[in-house]
Write a protein that binds this ligand. Structure first.
Ligand code: MN3
Length: 238
């Protein structure tokens, strides 16, 4: 093709049709899905040092939790998504169904921990203010009542799971919820996560042994209310 011919409207139209046809064909044979699966999830950096949350959470816990536990969820999610792309490509419905729990667990683990790290801060603690405070007062009367409700829920989680402060879009209210294992809040309850407390033993056992209530009591000292408020603003605007 001569260079000047690319300015010919007929040539441009023909090229556009070819590109469109190619895209449709790629979509049809699953190549686009495979390409999407090649965009890997990555382990996000912590926004602070491993020892920054001491004494509330020890450096040893933070390092293991981030580099081993969260990293494993990310790796397993990437593997599962690649398998899912293959299964979708082959229309292998049994494999697609088998992969759903793996993706729920590891995808949930990745989502939950990505929220959790930012929910905490070495300069956290204290009490929320501004719009978040208004929202808490409108849903729980006061901050202490909200903290007590989440703490009670967190301590009561049987086995492994999470306690949450979530935003209900229908009512505009904040609500306390718990999820089992790594179930992510939004896909399993419809609530938008604002604050999550990880109550898996890996989150506290090295420091607090079996005394989960002490861990939950101390985690409030490093809660990043600024991040929680930003999540509330995004939830309201979504
Ligand atoms: Mn964890």
């Amino acid at each position: 093709m001569q260079v000047s011919s690319i300015y010919n409207p007929y040539v441009i139209q023909t090229m556009a049709q070819l590109i469109l046809k190619q895209s449709v064909r790629q979509l049809a044979n699953g190549r686009i899905l495979l390409n999407l699966a090649r965009c890997k999830h990555t382990l996000p950096d912590l926004p602070y040092d491993y020892n920054a949350l001491e004494p509330a959470v020890s450096s040893e816990i933070m390092k293991l939790h981030h580099t081993k536990h969260h990293a494993t969820y990310v790796n397993n999610l990437n593997v599962a998504e690649e398998k899912l792309a293959e299964a979708l490509h082959k229309k292998d419905t049994e494999s697609i169904i088998q992969l759903q729990n793996v993706i729920k667990f590891n995808g949930g683990g990745h989502i939950n921990h990505s929220i959790f790290w930012r929910n905490l801060s070495p300069s956290g603690g204290g009490d929320p203010s501004g719009d978040l405070l208004n929202a808490i007062q409108g849903s729980f009367q006061n901050v202490e009542a909200m903290k007590k409700a989440i703490s009670t829920a967190a301590v009561a989680v049987q086995g492994s799971g999470w306690a949450w402060l979530g935003y209900c879009k229908e009512t505009g209210k904040l609500r306390v919820a718990t999820t089992a294992n790594q179930d992510p809040l939004l896909p399993t309850t419809g609530l938008i996560p604002l604050l999550g407390i990880d109550v898996w033993e890996h989150a506290y056992y090295l420091q607090y042994k079996n005394v989960r209530p002490d861990y939950v009591k101390n985690i409030w000292k490093v809660v990043n209310w600024k991040d929680v408020n930003e999540r509330l603003q995004m939830a309201k605007g979504s």
